[in-house]
Design a protein around this ligand. Structure first.
Ligand SMILES: Cc1ncc(C[n+]2csc(CCOP(=O)(O)OP(=O)(O)O)c2C)c(N)n1
Ligand SMILES: CC(=O)[C@@H](O)[C@H](O)COP(=O)(O)O
Ligand SMILES: [Mg+2]
Length: 638
């Protein structure tokens, strides 16, 4: 395919497609042309917006075939993860809005129920489609509807326990359920595990049959589970796909798995040649495939984590690393290259990753389980039952803590502070910058006393010098970063920079602010908190997490000690109690009210309110600018 370097696309047939209904009146050669125009359109769009590309390119023909043969949206079509749904969006009435993809107020990068009737189920976390699809199919039976339910699930997504649970439940259900296994022999990284080998064996035996060898096909896992099995079929052969789906639609064979073989990045040479087959990309030049990467001023948190861990592992043979199919995203790739025998990519299987780490810890190893905050949610019972309850020293490296930007609310790391710090035995840390992160990796590596978590955000660090060597931090101790008089900002995590900016803004108003870094949500530095309360008129906690996290723990401690006596006012700044829509991280934090200006306004307003309420309530410190000793111990005030 030749592609122009400008991103205008001539698409005479695609221009006539307002909805899938328009596909159904086209001839097969015309549909082939639509597929080609669709592929070029998706490349053109993503070259401008960035986003998930390789997976969508691999399902262009599949998307055209499914929408042509099945009566969507009356028939239910579910895309697992949803990162491959850009061609689907173009064909289902959203073409005009494609350049708003993943932007503020724009189209989501995944399927969303509120975006289109053609998105019957929201996704972004993997491996939900079979269970949800079975739910749709069961509902159809209950209401006497004879439509089809179609789930498209990748070979990577199929490695999750949840997908197996769904297949186990669906195989004997008798429902009109079509599971399309989109097997491109890729996850984000190359796939691992026996399922991948099994799919490859099915493909290999089919190839041999075609060559005339008398090969007996191995029974597929899917047939063993009660499904009819069709395939493997070439997922880029549109006429073959159309014929197969038309036959299945008429034959109505009950639950059926269609094994479709595709190429990630298909039809765009730079994507097909990429190591990750262009899974997620920045805007790029269409002619060359060259991505426009912003110049990094500092290493990313992920890189600092991965490199620090790999360095520590040189002298500590008990350190092992686990990723759930995201070696590059989590920085485990650094460790993997140096210590392949001590690193484990377990597939998209967070529950398994956590219990697996627990087994390693129980055997005397020092496992680092590196999982994005949002995906750790899937392994929560394992965190509680297999790790915390048995007090096993699993180290949780929690990347993508806080708001992540273009992936939106499905990928926000919002809840882990609350859901980890409420567990007995756990230690929970958050890094204020990448130097702190290095210290925390070292602290966690050394910590054999029980489970320990360190959380840090997506993206570039602050550019601070990295410690050489990183130190073991005293457990449950925070640090004072800047001393002031009137209000204290107690930050847990990477909003520290915003707190320092807020401090500068408030200084210009004559308001003197202390900034402290809590480092630990558990154990809490209660001495620091009580000192801040005793020596300031206002204490504000700030965290990149939902309500019920660090601030709640601070309040719980103070209430338990009877220290909420009005002498020092307190505010807790958290993410609001709603999901925050996709935008740039900065805009998302603006929406959440957690940027410097908003922190400064809150401090100014809270102090103003306290003044209106009367000075007695605030311990007789009536003016914002009053100069008084800073570190008076609280006991002297009480
Ligand atoms: C629970 C969960 N863990 C991890 C991810 C990150 N993730 C998104 S897509 C993907 C790979 C999916 O591979 P596959 O299903 O084969 O689709 P392909 O990209 O190959 O088309 C991963 C690991 C996720 N979305 N959800
Ligand atoms: C679809 C999905 O879940 C991943 O591809 C995710 O978008 C990666 O996010 P990062 O870019 O933060 O690694
Ligand atoms: Mg795949």
């Amino acid at each position: 395919m030749s592609l122009k370097s400008d991103t205008s696309v001539t698409a005479p047939l695609l221009d006539t497609i307002g909805s899938p209904r328009d596909l159904r009146r086209l001839t097969e050669p015309e549909l082939v042309q639509v597929a080609e125009e669709l592929r070029r359109e998706v490349i053109a769009v993503v070259s401008e917006t960035g986003g998930h590309l390789g997976s969508g390119l691999g399902v262009v023909e599949l998307t055209v075939a499914l929408h042509t043969v099945f009566d969507t949206p009356q028939d239910t079509l579910l895309w697992d993860v949803g990162h491959q749904c850009y061609p689907h969006k173009v064909l289902t009435g959203r073409r005009e809005r494609m350049r708003s993809l993943r932007k503020k107020d724009g189209l989501s990068g995944f399927t969303r129920r509120d975006e289109s009737p053609y998105d019957p189920f929201g996704a972004a976390h993997s491996s939900t489609s079979v269970s949800a699809g079975l739910g749709f199919a069961a509902a159809r039976r209950l209401s006497g509807d004879d439509g089809f339910t179609i789930c498209v699930i990748g070979d990577g997504a199929l490695t999750a326990g949840m997908a197996f649970e769904g297949l186990n439940n669906a195989g004997l259900s008798g429902h009109r359920l079509l599971i399309v296994v989109n097997d491109n022999n890729m996850s984000i990284a190359p796939p691992t595990g026996a399922l991948s080998a099994h799919l490859n064996a099915l493909v290999a035996s089919a190839g041999n049959r075609r060559d005339g060898d008398p090969v007996i096909r191995p029974a597929s896992l899917f047939e063993t589970l009660g499904f009819a099995y069709e395939g493997p079929v070439d997922g880029h052969d549109l006429p073959a796909l159309l014929a197969l789906f038309r036959r299945l639609r008429t034959a109505d064979p009950g639950p059926v798995v269609v094994h479709v073989r595709t190429r990630k990045g298909a039809g765009y040479a730079p994507a097909e040649a990429a190591r990750d087959r262009y899974h997620g990309v920045n805007p790029f030049d269409v002619a060359t495939g060259q991505q426009r990467k912003p110049v990094a001023r500092a290493p990313s948190y992920t890189e600092v984590f991965g490199k620090t861990l790999a360095r520590l592992a040189v002298t500590d043979p008990r350190l092992v690393a686990i990723t759930a199919a995201m070696p590059d995203g989590t920085g485990i790739d650094h460790f993997q290259r140096q210590f392949p025998e001590r690193s484990f990519d377990v597939g998209i299987a967070e529950q398994h990753a956590v219990a697996f780490a627990a087994g390693l810890a129980a055997s005397g190893y020092r496992p680092f389980c590196a999982i994005y905050s949002t995906f750790l949610q899937r392994g929560y019972d394992q965190v509680v039952h297999d790790v915390a309850l048995q007090n096993l020293p699993v180290r949780f490296a929690i990347d993508r803590a806080g708001l992540v930007g273009a992936d939106g609310p499905t990928h926000a790391g919002a809840f882990d502070i609350g859901f980890l710090a409420n567990l007995p035995n756990f230690t929970v840390m958050a890094a204020a910058d990448e130097a702190e992160l290095a210290h925390m990796v070292r602290t966690a590596a050394d910590h054999d006393g029980g489970p320990i978590a360190l959380r840090y955000p997506r993206g570039e660090g602050t550019g601070v010098p990295l410690p050489e060597p990183p130190l073991v931090l005293p457990l449950g101790k925070g640090r004072i970063v800047d001393i002031g008089h009137t209000a204290a900002l107690l930050s847990f995590g990477a909003r520290l920079g915003e707190c320092l900016e807020a401090r500068a803004l408030l200084a210009a108003l004559g308001i003197s602010v202390t900034v402290a870094d809590a480092r630990f949500a558990k154990p809490l530095d209660t001495g620091l908190i009580e000192d801040l309360m005793a020596t300031h008129r206002l204490l504000v906690t700030i965290e990149e997490g939902a309500t019920g996290g660090f601030g709640a723990l601070v309040l719980h401690h103070l209430a338990g000690r009877g220290l909420l006596d009005g002498r020092c006012d307190i505010r807790t700044l958290t993410l609001p109690d709603r999901f925050i829509a996709q935008a740039s991280p900065r805009d998302m934090y603006d929406d959440a009210g957690l940027n410097a200006r908003q922190i400064a306004s809150l401090v100014r307003d809270a102090l103003g309110q306290a003044d209106q309420h009367g000075t007695a309530r605030i311990g007789g410190y009536p003016t914002w600018t009053e100069d008084r000793p800073v570190w008076t111990h609280h006991a002297e005030h009480r």
